[in-house]
Design a protein around this ligand. Structure first.
Ligand code: FNR
Length: 362
C-alpha cells in the first residue's frame, strides 16, 4: 500500500510497518480475548443512519462547545500514553496537530513529554487526564502542575484499579513507556529476572485499587478545575458521578484494554445519556474510526467523541502531519455525513437519524 491513506483505518498499516513489534502491539492491543476491542468497532457498524432529504442546506456547520470551550467539530483527542514510542516528538507533535485542527487534546498522565513541555508547545485548550496513585502526593502534584500550566479540566480515569491483562504485552515483556511527568517523583526498576509485562508490574506498584466515589471529592478539594469522569459504562454509575460533582461523563472501556467483555461503548451510550438527563455533557470513546461513527454517537446523545488509536497511528505514520490528517479525515467524513443525512448543524442531528439493533432495524 502506498503511504496515501484514503481513510483513518489505513494509517494503522503504515504505523505497523514503522514501529517495532513491541510498540505496535502495545498500541493496538486489548485485554485477553480482545472481545471488547473488536466490539467497540463492530457495534458502531450495527447502527444505521436514517437520512432526511431536501433540507436545503448549502453549508454544514460542525462546530460545537464543551464546558464553554469552542470545538471546530465534536472530536477530541483521547488520552493515550507514550507517544514518543510512536514518534520522536511525542505528545508535542500530537498537541500541535490537535491545535491546528482546533480541537481539544486530553493529555495522558503517562505522557512521554512532560505536561509543561506540551503546555508550552502551542496555544490551545487542553485537558489533563489523571490516574490516582497509591502515592496520592504524586497525583495531587500533577493536578497542581496541570492547573498552573493552563490545562482547563481534569479527566479522572476510573476503570483502572488494576491494569487489564494484555497478552501481547506479556509475551513481548513490554517495558513501560517513560513517563516524563514522573521524572524526579518516582523511579521504577525493571526486574530483569521477571518475565511478563513490565508495564503491568509498574501499574500494580503505582495504581491505587482503593479508589472510590469519595475520592472524587478529594480530587475536587485539590483543584478548581472541572472534573470529568472517564470509564463509565452504565447509567447508575453515571448518576453517582454527578452526585459526587462531576462536570462531565466519558463513556469508555479504555479502548477494550481493561475489562474484556465489557460492553461496546456505543451500545450503552443511550442508557448513560438517559440517566444523566442533560445535567452534564456525555462524551464517548472506543472504536470511532469514521465520520459516520461520530454522527451516530451524536445522534445517541453524546456531546462529542474522543479518538485514541487512530491518532497514535497518524503520529507513527507522519508525526504532527499524520495527526492532522487523521483528525481532518474524520472531520471531512462527518461533514459529508451531515450533508447526506440532512443535518446542517450538530444540533440538527437527532435520535431519529439513527436506528439501533434495539430499535429493530427498519
Ligand atoms: C489508552 N487509553 C488511556 N486512557 C487513559 O485514561 N490514560 C492513558 O494513559 C491511556 N493510555 C492509552 C494508551 C494506548 C496505547 C491506548 C490505545 C489507549 C485509553 C484511551 O484514552 C481511550 O479510552 C481509547 O483509546 C479509546 O478507544 P480507541 O479510540 O483507541 O478505539
Amino acid at each position: 500500500m502506498e503511504d496515501k491513506p484514503t481513510n483513518v483505518k489505513e494509517f494503522e498499516e503504515i504505523a505497523r510497518r514503522n514501529l517495532p513489534k513491541m510498540y505496535y502491539d502495545f498500541f493496538r492491543g486489548g485485554a485477553e480475548d480482545e472481545y471488547t476491542l473488536r466490539e467497540n468497532v463492530m457495534a458502531f457498524q450495527r447502527i444505521k443512519i436514517q437520512p432526511r432529504v431536501l433540507v436545503g442546506a448549502t453549508s454544514i456547520d460542525m462546530a460545537t462547545s464543551l464546558l464553554g470551550y469552542h470545538l471546530s467539530a465534536p472530536i477530541l483527542v483521547a488520552p493515550t500514553s507514550g507517544h514518543k514510542l510512536a514518534h520522536i516528538e511525542g505528545e508535542v507533535a500530537t498537541a500541535r496537530g490537535a491545535a491546528a485542527c482546533n480541537t481539544i487534546m486530553v493529555l495522558s498522565f503517562s505522557s512521554s513529554c512532560s505536561l509543561e513541555e506540551v503546555a508550552s508547545s502551542c496555544n490551545a485548550i487542553r485537558f489533563f487526564q489523571l490516574y490516582v496513585y497509591k502515592r496520592r502526593d504524586i497525583s495531587a502534584k500533577l493536578v497542581q502542575r496541570a492547573e498552573s500550566s493552563g490545562f482547563k479540566a481534569i479527566v479522572v480515569t476510573v476503570d483502572t484499579p488494576r491494569l487489564g491483562r494484555r497478552e501481547s504485552d506479556i509475551k513481548n515483556k513490554m517495558i513501560p513507556p517513560q513517563s516524563a511527568n514522573l521524572d524526579g517523583l518516582l523511579s521504577f526498576e525493571v526486574d530483569e529476572n521477571k518475565g511478563g509485562s513490565r508495564l503491568e508490574a509498574f501499574a500494580s506498584q503505582t495504581l491505587d485499587p482503593s479508589l472510590s466515589w469519595k475520592d472524587i471529592g478529594w480530587i475536587k478539594s485539590i483543584t478548581k478545575l472541572p472534573i470529568l469522569v472517564k470509564g463509565i459504562v452504565n447509567g447508575e454509575d453515571a448518576r453517582k458521578a454527578i452526585e459526587v460533582g462531576a462536570s462531565g461523563i466519558i463513556v469508555s472501556n479504555h479502548g477494550g484494554r481493561q475489562l474484556d467483555y465489557a460492553p461496546a461503548t456505543i451500545s450503552i451510550l443511550e442508557e448513560v445519556v438517559q440517566a444523566v438527563s442533560g445535567a452534564v455533557p456525555v462524551l464517548i470513546d472506543g472504536g470511532v474510526r469514521r465520520g459516520t461513527d461520530v454522527f451516530k454517537a451524536i445522534a445517541l446523545g453524546a456531546k462529542a467523541v474522543m479518538v485514541g488509536r487512530p491518532i497514535i497511528y497518524g503520529l507513527a505514520a507522519k508525526g504532527e502531519k499524520g495527526v492532522i490528517e487523521v483528525i481532518q479525515m474524520l472531520k471531512n467524513e462527518l461533514e459529508l455525513t451531515m450533508a447526506l443525512a440532512g443535518c446542517p448543524s450538530v444540533k440538527d442531528i437527532t435520535r431519529n437519524h439513527v436506528r439501533t439493533p434495539e430499535d429493530g432495524i427498519r
